[in-house]
Design a protein around this ligand. Structure first.
Ligand code: F6P
Length: 567
């Protein structure tokens, strides 16, 4: 029987609701003058500095948020996650991505079994396999070393590994280990993605890694069959054994597909797709590209945050603070979006990854017990690296809608440049923007200041900045493999904290199912029309018309022979 208890019925929630009136009378311009407040809103852990003084919050706001955390049983929920309880109740699973980066001697149990030895069995297997591929002792069907890897996968089987790969590409230590190698990602079922990925690749030197938790995802399986055809048409069907490996929880389907189970890398039901980058999903392709020791550093960074999240008091706990502030912004202040703004080109794919982690986790309309939520949960995440974003959507952020921003920067650049005679180094130039933008948002510029600058009257409304726009800053020592692991885990846990407070299940994703079912119906229709010329039937007027137009131009299938990209 579903419980109807909702967090919005608790006293701390009601208290925060009333507190909004108090905050609405404040301006960040004034809040920033209170040095004690600002000092209390700076937290440092392992060289990572979180400054949340530019949130629309006073010290009593954070006190009230901690009371809300208590009312939501946050401590108990975190413990339940770490204890392997089935907190993903609609799928009856535990949620243990923390076990993926735990040290060998740690004990983390799911259904009474310590899962850490299984994790390390797979990690050891990846280390061994990637060492053999990288050293050239594992060769392709024609005896050539496999220097290029195409990882096929979508959603959680793609975005996390892509983020980490993009981040490590320019890290000097990682780049050094990746010399002469390429890692590409094939995600979209659009044949153009196949064409782009295959461009310049030689099947003789290519290893394909099929990554799919279920091994049933339509896009991934069609792309896998396409790549299998690409390999076997060039090298013969027997070459598949040497050129294709898999990562999945469904080893039966892997074998059925034709991949040797010895070349399959397992993970488990207790790893959610979007939380799987630290499993073989990310570790295998990244180890092939960078070598296992680099990936181990990344795992250690994530594990370091797992310990911090578990053991640090909420007042100094980065994911807890970040999660509570997001709840405050979304649900109480009514800001539906969050901009993720890394001042780091290396983090180019961070926002797309967090989009999935956050929006697939917390984009829910009912409580964990199935009760419709009478408040807004989840947020719209988007972002671009600074300074590119400044020349794109910052206009809206400064003078249009209020979007709480996460500014993320690093003290050291991965690739420092300093030109003699320039005022500052290139990294300092970048970071000048990182430090300036939050103040521009917080303080704004008022008409009096503009008058003082002799701005003509008719331009004053256009040049006025209301300010009072919240942001927070995260400053990391650098973006090496360890720090990237830390950043990933901070956001994973932050998103879990938000879900724990809202009282939703952040670990299922039923919302992606309906579209898949309807696509099956369309697929059947396209097959029927193209092979038998059958009319479009069983759809509404709009879809029938569009499908008919789509089929009109080339009614049949192109030819009976396999067609592969021509680029
Ligand atoms: O988009 C839905 C989803 O199920 C994601 O949660 C998952 O990451 C993705 O599809 C890919 O699934 P799989 O790894 O099973 O191919």
């Amino acid at each position: 029987m579903a419980s109807t208890a909702l967090i919005c019925d608790t006293e701390p929630w009601k208290d925060l609701k009333e507190h909004i009136n108090v905050i609405e009378k404040t301006h960040l311009r004034d809040l920033m003058n209170d040095v004690d407040r600002c000092q209390s809103m700076m937290v440092e852990f392992d060289g990572i500095i979180l400054d949340y003084s530019r949130q629309r919050a006073r010290l009593d706001t954070t006190e009230k948020l901690f009371k809300l955390a208590e009312a939501a049983d946050l401590r108990k929920k975190i413990d339940s996650m770490y204890n392997g309880e089935h907190i993903n109740s609609t799928e009856n699973r535990s949620v243990l991505h923390i076990a993926l980066r735990a040290p060998r001697d740690k004990v983390i149990c799911s259904d009474g079994k310590n899962v850490v030895p299984d994790v390390w069995d797979v990690l050891d297997k990846i280390k061994d396999f990637s060492d053999r591929v990288r050293s050239g002792s594992w060769v392709g069907a024609t005896g050539k070393a496999l220097k290029d890897v195409v990882a096929i996968g979508i959603g959680g089987s793609f975005l996390g590994p892509l983020f980490v790969h993009t981040a490590l590409q320019t890290d000097p230590e990682s780049a050094d280990c990746a010399k002469g190698r390429q890692l590409r990602f094939l995600a979209n079922v659009d044949p153009v993605d196949v064409a782009r990925n295959l461009k310049g690749l030689n099947p003789e030197t290519t290893l394909v890694v099929v990554v799919s938790k279920t091994f049933t995802t339509a896009e991934t399986m069609l792309n896998a069959r396409t790549m299998r055809e690409w390999i076997s048409s060039a090298l013969g069907a027997q070459a598949v054994a040497k050129h294709m490996v898999a990562v999945s929880t469904n080893l039966t389907l892997v074998e059925k597909f034709g991949i040797d189970p010895a070349n399959a890398f397992a993970f488990w039901d207790w790893v959610g797709g979007r939380y799987s980058v630290c499993s073989a999903v990310g570790v295998l392709p990244l180890s092939l590209q960078y070598g296992f020791p680099i990936v181990e550093k990344f795992l250690k960074g994530a594990s370091n945050i797992d310990n911090h999240f578990y053991s640090t008091s909420f007042e100094r706990n980065l994911p807890v603070l970040l999660g509570l502030l997001s709840v405050w912004n979304v649900t109480f202040l009514g800001y539906p979006a969050r901009a993720i703004l890394p001042y780091a080109q290396a983090l180019e794919k961070f926002a797309p990854h967090i989009q999935q982690v956050s929006m697939e986790s917390n984009g829910k309309g009912v409580s964990i017990d199935g009760v419709p939520l009478p408040f807004e949960a989840g947020e719209i995440d988007f972002g671009e690296p600074g300074t590119n974003g400044q020349h794109s959507f910052y206009q809206l952020i400064h003078q249009g809608r209020v979007i709480p921003c996460d500014f993320i920067g690093s003290i050291k650049s991965q690739q420092p440049i300093y030109l003699k005679g320039e005022v500052v180094s290139n990294h300092d130039e970048l970071m000048s923007n990182f430090f300036a933008q939050p103040d521009a948002l917080a303080y704004g510029k008022n008409p009096e200041q503009l008058l003082h600058e002799n701005v003509p009257d008719h331009l004053i409304p256009h040049k006025t900045f209301s300010g009072n726009r919240p942001s927070l800053s995260l400053l990391l020592p650098s973006f090496d493999a360890y720090n990237i692991g830390q950043l990933l885990a901070i956001y994973e846990h932050r998103i879990a904290v938000e879900g724990f407070i809202w009282g939703i299940n952040s670990f299922d994703q039923w919302g992606v199912e309906l579209g898949k079912v309807l696509a099956t119906q369309v697929r059947k229709q396209l097959h029927l029309s193209r092979t038998e010329g059958g009319p479009v039937q069983g759809f509404n007027f709009s879809t029938t018309t569009l499908l008919t137009k789509y089929l009109e131009v080339e009614p049949g299938n192109p030819s009976d022979s396999n067609e592969l990209p021509r680029l």
